[in-house]
Design a protein around this ligand. Structure first.
Ligand code: GAP
Length: 447
């Protein structure tokens, strides 16, 4: 997409997301709720598919990684040990002396308020942990926090998983789940929210091998996005400087995406060293280490972490798939200047895999056969049935939500038991025997 179109690309994505049921503003009937969003029916599928690909990558394609699903609420001591209650997990906040709006220090230039041009007061630290109370009494003893990263639950279960699964180093533990941060300036749609989902994997290694595994995971994670169709030119790696490193990290690479609002992080790969296991050993008094049977030595494993945002991934997959094509793409578009929108999702990610149309809705044999085909395909794929409007409009509706294949049942179908299968990207239509449809789609979709 050309530079001049970049600015309104976000608006188009936000509007498409709402109109076609991908993402809705949260609490909309109450006027919305700051930077909270709800996933609609198609957004839910899209996000689920992304998470599922991540799970498959970690738990099936990689070696020696197991899954976990831990609690959001944990002992508040966890967050002392992890360093998240200290200054390290704070943003610098500046407040306007006139309108009292607050901004992240790094998001304003100069000492003038971006909203009212008033004088900004000096910066102070603002901790990002979301506080809550557990039980009926709201006092200091009942304070805890919503987790700010999912990985802490993994560290707490390091020993449980190691022992129950009889694992040997190097091994990984992967989990997907919600995290919460009281971000000062959330924004850019689902890019920065206060409630978001992370896909995190912690790889426990011998400290001698940290460089090797760090390089390995940087490469693997970058390739994951490329494998799922994200354009290479829209991805890059950024090595964090000492000043940028999080309090727990010795080294870090960000995978960045070229968003319409600039190059921004979508995933971090961190060398966390022994920060987490050592601190949890110290604060809990429960030693977390590893005994190597071969060398008969005991050590604290180091951790290489891959930490991706599920919501940021959804945004990346939507933006990267979005294409506008000047009219005439579908057979029945009359005005050639009309713009047609296509989401060119990789088929693994696409919410709907195929749609079945009878050529006309009032012709009983066509409708009957189309419904039979639909019922049969449903057993294998998430498919839609649509008989409303012209075929051209039905194609356009499916293109706009990224459905890879549209199947049309016409008069010939009733005669010879074949259908046309139209490819979203090449627009090529092939006649396929109804009996071979499942095999054909399986082959094409490569799910
Ligand atoms: N456990 C390490 C960790 O949490 P991070 O760089 O703070 O590292 C990792 O976060 C990923 O989580 C980010 O790359 C991003 O994709 C996602 N993420 C973090 N904060 C977010 C927010 N406020 N809204 C949406 N996604 C966020």
């Amino acid at each position: 997409m050309k530079e001049e179109n970049q600015n309104d690309l976000m608006d188009k994505i936000i509007s498409l997301a709402k109109r076609r049921g991908f993402i809705f503003p949260s609490s909309e009937i109450y006027g919305g709720f700051s930077s909270s969003y709800d996933y609609g029916p198609l957004g839910t599928e899209l996000k689920y598919n992304i998470k599922n690909e991540w799970r498959k990558e970690m738990l099936q394609f990689q070696d020696n990684i197991v899954g976990l699903d831990t609690a959001i609420l944990m002992s508040p001591k966890v967050w002392q040990a992890s360093g998240h209650l200290s200054a390290g997990f704070s943003d610098l906040l500046v407040e306007c002396s006139k309108c009292h709006h607050r901004f992240r220090d790094d998001m304003v230039s100069g000492n003038k308020c971006p909203d009212c041009n008033g004088e900004l007061m000096s910066a102070r630290k603002f901790n990002l942990m979301m506080k809550t109370f557990v039980g009926p009494v709201e006092d200091d003893a009942s304070v805890t926090y919503l987790r700010a990263e999912t990985c802490q639950g993994i560290y707490l279960n390091y020993e449980n998983v190691l022992n129950s699964m009889r694992l040997k180093i190097p091994f990984g533990i992967a989990q997907i789940g919600k995290s919460f941060r009281n971000e000062i300036n959330p924004g850019n749609f689902i890019y920065r929210m206060r409630e978001f989902e992370q896909m995190e994997m912690q790889f426990f290694i011998n400290p001698n091998e940290s460089d090797k595994w760090f390089d390995y995971w940087v490469e693997q994670r970058l390739n994951w996005y490329i494998k799922l169709g994200i354009k290479k030119e829209n991805l890059r790696l950024h090595q964090q400087t000492k000043e940028e490193l999080a309090h727990y990290a010795r080294a870090a690479y960000d995978i960045e995406y070229k968003f319409p609002f600039g190059w921004k992080e979508i995933e971090g790969i961190h060398n966390r060293g022994d920060w987490d296991l050592s601190n949890h050993s110290k604060y809990s008094g429960h030693e977390l280490n590893y005994f190597d049977e071969k060398t008969k030595t005991k050590f604290t494993p180091h951790i290489i972490e891959t930490s991706a945002g599920a919501d940021r991934s959804v945004l990346v997959f939507l933006l990267d798939a979005y294409e506008e094509i000047k009219g005439g793409r579908t057979q029945t578009t009359k005005a050639t200047k009309e713009i047609e929108t296509v989401l060119k999702f990789n088929s693994k990610i696409a919410p709907v895999k195929a749609a079945v149309f009878p050529l006309m809705k009032n012709k009983e044999p066509l409708v009957k056969l189309a419904k039979q085909i639909y019922q049969n395909l449903k057993k294998n794929f998430l498919v839609q049935y649509d008989e409303i409007d012209s075929i051209g409009r039905r194609y356009r509706r499916q293109d706009e939500i990224g459905t890879p294949y549209c199947i049309t049942v016409d008069f010939q179908s009733v005669e010879d038991k074949t259908v046309t299968v139209r490819d979203r990207d090449t627009l090529i239509q092939k006649r396929i025997a109804i009996n071979n449809l499942v095999d054909y789609l399986n082959q094409q979709l490569e799910l």
